[in-house]
Write a protein that binds this ligand. Structure first.
Ligand SMILES: [Zn+2]
Length: 678
């Protein structure tokens, strides 16, 4: 898709006096989740993109005020931070709490706090980071090993269960927290020192002269590459490369889920689609992109792009969710995308964004930013409730019966998807969300040798440097409610540069107006090159209106069905168990939609509290005569009696916020009912 590629190549950065001055004046403006040394686009830092208002600002603010403190409280309450005291004291496993990978939640919380202190100069986040870091540091062994579950007196030996032990997975998250911290405050920091010792321990243990092994859960690969980017120490990159190349050769015991669960069945260069455990597959692919970019390995990069293309084409839900099998939390076969059995772990949505972001930076292709947007609005925005303190672990697309209200005080099993839970016994998702929301600004825009690219739309202030000269942009929009995005230039060099704005694949008819001239899109971006003046504006208009999206025949489970989308948002039909006086009083499992009629804006009188509701015409199948206990399979097609129904669609990301409910995204298309009853 060469047309979707920004025709810009990032040259090797050359220090200039102006750049040196800027970096000296703003030495901390470099906190980025991913910092490739080469690639078509250059990431901006979380301090350079300040979300000011709207959909994502609201969620980032809630993350800082509610989600991060909530995660901190639950980690304390579950005893997962105390596990570091247990390890430091040399106490045995009987004093340790939780599953083998709970250290990860602590590290992800640290990473979220690091982004918060970088993003918002948050003093309390910084202080809390220091407190937790001291406790973590106390558990590290003199040789750099750090894990609360293995190697203690009475516990299993280190690396004795690489399939399920998650030791390198945990260290990977420690390194990512260390990178975030180093970027926020510099290398002279206690947790950064802990991370350096842990990374060196990994290289010594598993390096060319060490044990030829891999971890059951990929993650350490991308963490080591980022550590290389941070420190310049090539041994970390080489270790990541070794882990990538070793996988797929049967080093792990296959176990009940088989070798493909661990992606240990086929070398990554030879695979053509993501498979096995979804989060594992996506983390591995992200690490492979990092290695490919830093080692100039085009074959490896192309292999991952090929896998991504086939996965998006045949193994991805309309929400951007990935992983359709509850068994093994894994990708299913091609087109195995049943809506009511969708697993779609929240972490797989986060991981998909991590992969797409790396591919976007490497290639400059808009399609990767499109899929970041899809996963953001329909997985990442869906998992946390309006309170910011409850979360979906899985993200089903069809809930047939209303879930039950939990007591809000008990950790849930991971796959309960009827209602959001405050915490999970496997609690990867809440802290994974926390670190993404805290660093979200960094995913909005990039720079290159010739300009600035805006990939995601939010009211924000963007500052960047173009060859040492400052650029400041103000973005105003109410996206995704409205498709107008206005970019006002506040500061600019007095020479030409290019402003590019992504045009999502659904946005046919999009245009950009600059100084009275209307521009048409080329590939995935609308670009304007000119000598910008302070006060200049570029106005992007994206056609945001409801659209019916039809299911492909290949996905048997939704053949003949349609979904409602509007802009980047997927909608659903939801029926709360506690009905309002004017609520949808039909069984959502019995409805059909008439797509000849466009969905219309719905006022609040229609019985929904959601201001973003759309009314469609359809029918409800009436219950057949009898008690419903008869054998349902018959020699003739069923003829249903139907009655007209007005069906309200609301954003999928807001479902389940008003108590237990039934919900569906895909609805069968059917003929309209011709009378009150037919
Ligand atoms: Zn998770």
């Amino acid at each position: 898709m060469a047309d979707d590629r920004l025709d810009e190549t990032l040259p090797t950065p050359t220090p200039t006096p102006a750049r040196a001055r800027l970096e000296a004046e703003a030495p901390r403006k470099r906190a980025r989740p991913v910092t490739p040394s080469t690639g078509r686009l250059r990431p901006l830092a979380v301090e350079q993109i300040c979300l000011l208002d709207g959909f994502w600002h609201e969620r980032q603010t809630r993350n800082a005020g509610a989600t991060i403190p909530h995660c901190d409280r639950w980690i304390l309450r579950m005893g997962w931070l105390a596990n570091f005291h247990v390890a430091a004291d040399g106490r045995g496993p009987s004093d340790r709490q939780g599953r083998e990978f709970t250290d990860t939640a602590v590290y992800n919380l640290l990473e979220a706090l690091a982004w918060e202190s970088a993003r918002a100069a948050n003093i309390s986040a910084d202080a809390r980071f220091g407190e937790i870091a001291r406790i973590v540091a106390s558990a590290q062994r003199p040789d750099g090993y750090l894990n609360t579950n293995f190697g203690q007196p009475g516990a299993r030996p280190r690396y004795s269960d690489l399939e399920w032990g998650h030791e390198l997975f945990c260290i990977g998250h420690l390194l990512q927290a260390g990178v975030a911290r180093a970027q926020a405050v510099g290398l002279d920091d206690q947790l950064v020192a802990v991370a350096v010792r842990a990374a060196d321990h990994v290289c010594k243990t598993f390096g060319p002269n060490g044990v030829t092994a891999i971890c059951g859960h990929p993650e350490i690969e991308m963490a080591l590459v980022e550590f290389y980017r941070l420190t310049g120490q090539r041994r970390y990159l080489e270790q990541a490369r070794l882990f990538i190349e070793r996988r797929g050769r049967g080093l792990l015991r296959a176990g009940e889920f088989g070798a493909q669960y661990f992606q240990d069945d086929i070398p990554i260069r030879e695979a053509h689609v993501l498979h096995g455990h979804a989060v594992r597959a996506l983390y591995l692919a992200a690490g492979a992109v990092d290695v490919a970019v830093e080692t100039d390995d085009t074959e490896l990069l192309n292999a991952v792009v090929d896998q991504w293309e086939n996965t998006v084409a045949r193994r991805t839900y309309i929400t951007g969710g990935m992983g359709s099998r509850h068994f093994g939390e894994s990708f299913g076969d091609d087109y195995e995308l049943s809506p009511d059995r969708a697993y779609c772990e929240t972490c797989a949505g986060v991981a998909s964004i991590m992969l797409c972001w790396r591919l976007l930076l490497a290639t400059g292709e808009a399609r990767f930013a499109d899929h970041i947007e899809r996963a953001l609005f329909n997985i990442v925005a869906t998992s946390p409730g309006d309170d910011g303190t409850s979360f979906f672990y899985t993200n089903t697309l069809h809930r047939r019966i209303a879930g039950e209200v939990g007591d809000g005080d008990t950790a849930s099993e991971r796959a309960a998807s009827g209602q959001r839970a405050p915490w999970y016994t496997v609690a990867c998702c809440p802290t994974n969300l926390a670190r993404l929301f805290a660093s979200l600004g960094a995913y909005v825009a990039t720079s290159s040798a010739t300009g600035i690219q805006i990939h995601q739309y939010a009211t924000a202030r963007i500052t960047a440097e173009l060859d040492g000269d400052a650029v400041e942009l103000e973005v105003r929009t109410s996206y995704p409610h409205d498709g107008r995005v206005t970019v006002r230039v506040h500061e600019t060099p007095a020479r030409p540069w290019t402003l590019s704005m992504r045009v999502p694949a659904w946005a046919s008819g999009a245009s950009m107006t600059v100084a009275g001239a209307v521009l048409a899109p080329q590939g995935g971006y609308l670009s304007a090159e000119r000598t910008w003046q302070p006060g200049d504006e570029a106005v992007l208009d994206l056609p945001i209106r409801p659209r019916w999206t039809y299911a492909p025949d290949e996905i048997d489970a939704i053949r003949g069905c349609v979904a409602l989308e509007r802009g980047p948002v997927v909608y659903c039909v939801e029926r709360p168990a506690e009905q309002t006086p004017h609520g949808q009083n039909f069984d959502i499992n019995q409805i059909v939609i008439n797509t000849d009629v466009e969905a219309q804006p719905c006022d609040r009188d229609a019985g929904t509290a959601d201001s973003d509701a759309w009314l469609a015409e359809g029918s409800q199948r009436l219950e057949p005569d009898g008690d419903g206990s008869a054998w349902p399979y018959q020699p003739q097609p069923a003829v249903s009696r139907v009655t007209p129904a007005r069906i309200v669609f609301t954003p999928y990301h807001s479902w389940g916020n008003r108590g237990p409910s039934t919900m569906r995204v895909w609805v069968p298309v059917g003929p309209p009912a011709t009378g009150a009853t037919s």
